[in-house]
Ligand binder design. Sequence first.
Ligand code: PEP
Length: 251
Amino acid sequence: MRRKLLLGNWKMNKLNSEAKEFAIAAKPLVAKARANKIDLGVAPTYLSLATARKYSSKAMIVAAQNVHFEDHGAFTGEVSIPMLKELKINWVILGHSERRAYDNETSEKCNKKMKALIANDMIPVYCVGETLAQYEAGETKDVVKEQILKGFEGITEEQAKKFVVAYEPVWSIGTGKNASTEIAQDVCKFIRKTLKSVVGKSANKIRILYGGSVKPENIKAYLSCPDVDGALVGGASLKIDSYEGLLNNIL
Ligand code: PEP
């Protein structure tokens, strides 16, 4: 049985002081989630990671939104795995479509990061998804298949167990345009089948999240899909009331 996971992606939002306020306000929600066997988390900016970790419940997942695959060196503007580990940050989102679009993040680069994270016993949340043009051209499954195969290249069955994959159709991120639950289930099922071809039985342990304009009003429908194990939520995870609404509606 895969535990449900609700992960908020704050993107480039929230001051450090706001992250602190949220972390404190979310404490009772983490307890409620735990009691219902749901994992709860947020991914603040690098600058707020230490604050979010310090003021959150221990059980709250605090994830980074990116990381470099090298431990240190001449990589201006980057942050490394040891730097995250020192702050007790063990989860990292990789390959988000905004990073793929604006920061030259590729599946090959994500693969190097995945391997570096595994070597440090950390958990990657690997994002895949097609653009609107690819969706309209009927290329969704070709695109996600390539992203999965390249991202998981060389990852063993044993290593893959703790991984999380997020299916986020790019055309539904921050647009208010939802993929239907039929599309979400169909693509997540296809992702699991593709994962099976690379990491065997561990594909049944990997949690697959759906992301793209998920809100308190629609989260339950997505999480009722057999291959959708949770949600990666941007806009609706920023305000504590809305975050609580997301949780309440999947209890
Ligand atoms: C995201 O940032 O991963 C996301 C899904 O954003 P939103 O929920 O705002 O569409």
